[in-house]
Write a protein that binds this ligand. Structure first.
Ligand code: AMP
Length: 447
């Protein structure tokens, strides 16, 4: 009897976590299984039934959690159920995302979900010819995926009528605000139908996003898969302290020690990213770069090269790499810490995607200690120190934008565990090796 109860309970659990129970129609279930999705991710499990019921939604989820399918699948289902045709020169649904890469990625995912339907997806981004986009939009579309800037160019040229859209999705809303799209968002949302369903997704929840949600969403349901600022659980984090000028040799050593890995390296500036990429290439590594000085084609090629294994190191700036989905990224290196702590969450979200493991290695110079402490505070985790001496907070003078003098200078890993502790550092990871070397000797020799 007890066995049977256990069996029933287990099966119930299994059924509850299956896509079939979320209310999606048969055609979409087929698309889901053709995409190889065996069971829904937590954000999908929570968001899909609510969106299908027509609720506005505020979704707190990081990239890599499966949020594109969380809004894409029910959106397609609702468009099919509405049964309307794509209005000439207009769109039935509008999805806004902060970067070209993210727009292209969302469109690619949606196309894979609606292959067997008559629905059409159109994407518009800056950096490519606007005339071809004007022509495509004139035919009308079911789902328009766009960056805000290019969309407003098209609106100003009367190439698209947003008044036909009954669905509005704002993806990575926090990034859109960071990139200064607030006025564009206001204008665009005023052009979309009043009678609409609005879905807003954000990885973090600063006050500005709450304000945005209050003004754009009606009685929204709120779903959250990772509390604000929490980093993906499967990412093993570590930090190495060293001087700025020691970083590139250290990184080179780490990358060479891990020839099978696929690494993303984050720099603060586009020139810094390009310089570092050149240095790594000169030293024999297969490296590429994506940043604001690269054309759309160059960026697309670099991402494709990484996906295809032609290169295994991609040096990037935050803006260029935002939201991109490259399955199989094993390591994220924070070559320079981001100015804004939230960007750290986005950066390390590039690894450990869709259930895989990943390493996030931060290289912290003495003048970055303030930024580092802000990151720890935001994510509520003491990042294990894998190498080098923890610099005093006074070293950060003039570096941190937000002051950052609110933390002591004790080694992070030794503090009492008031907070969640980061996943234990695995000694097989490249990050662990220099730790051992450094403990027994001179910091610079290891770097
Ligand atoms: P996203 O957070 O939307 O960028 O998705 C991250 C990755 O997870 C993408 O490569 C998706 O194709 C993949 N993915 C989305 N949903 C699932 C699922 N239920 N099972 C497995 N992989 C998924």
């Amino acid at each position: 009897m007890r066995q049977r109860e256990h069996f029933d309970a287990r099966n119930k659990e299994m059924i509850l976590t299956d896509f079939q129970n979320l209310g999606l129609s048969g055609g979409l279930l087929k698309a889901v299984s053709e995409n190889g999705y065996a069971s829904p991710t937590p954000i999908q499990e929570k968001a899909i039934p609510l969106i299908l019921k027509g609720h506005d939604l505020l979704g707190l989820a990081q990239t890599g959690t499966g949020k594109t399918a969380a809004f894409g699948l029910p959106l397609i289902d609702r468009l099919l159920a509405d049964g309307d045709v794509a209005p000439k020169g207009g769109t039935r649904a509008l999805i806004l995302a902060p970067t070209r890469e993210l727009v292209n990625q969302i469109a690619k995912n949606l196309i894979s979900y609606l292959k067997t339907t008559p629905l059409r997806v159109t994407s518009v981004v800056g950096g490519v010819s606007i005339n071809a986009q004007i022509k495509r939009l004139s035919r009308g579309t079911d789902i328009l995926v766009a960056t805000p800037g290019r969309l407003l160019d098209l609106v100003d040229r009367k190439a698209v009528d947003l008044g036909t859209a009954s669905y509005l999705v704002l993806d990575e809303a926090d990034q859109m605000l960071d990139l200064g799209f607030i006025h564009a968002l206001r204008r665009i949302s005023g052009l979309v139908r009043d009678e609409r369903q609005t879905l807003l997704f954000s990885a973090t929840m600063p006050k500005q996003i709450e304000d945005l949600a209050r003004s754009y969403l009606r009685n929204p349901e709120r779903v959250e898969v990772a509390p604000t600022g929490r980093t993906a659980d499967k990412v093993t984090q570590s930090v190495h302290f060293m001087d700025q000028k020691a970083k590139s040799d250290f990184l080179l050593q780490q990358l060479k020690a891990n020839p099978e890995g696929m690494s993303l390296v984050f720099c603060r500036t586009k020139h810094g990213a390009e310089r570092l990429m050149r240095k790594l290439s000169q030293k024999g590594l297969a490296a590429g770069s994506i940043h604001g000085n690269k054309s759309q084609n160059q960026r697309d090629r670099a991402i494709r090269d990484l996906r295809d294994g032609k290169i295994n190191v991609l040096v990037a700036t935050d803006v260029a790499a935002r939201g991109i989905d490259i399955p199989g990224v094993s390591h994220v290196y924070n070559f320079e810490l981001p100015e804004v702590a939230e960007a750290y969450v986005h950066r390390i979200g590039r690894t450990a995607r869709a259930g895989a493991d990943g390493d996030a290695v931060a290289l912290c110079a003495p003048e970055e200690i303030g930024l580092f402490r802000q990151i720890e505070k935001l994510i509520g985790v003491d990042i294990p120190v894998a190498g080098g001496e923890v610099p005093p907070m006074s070293a950060a003078a003039g570096r941190s934008k937000r002051g950052g003098q609110n933390r002591g200078n004790k080694p992070a890993a030794k503090k009492p565990s008031r907070k969640r502790s980061a996943k234990n550092h695995n000694d097989n990871t490249p990050g662990a090796r220099p730790h051992k070397q450094r403990r027994s000797g001179n910091r610079k020799s290891a770097a």
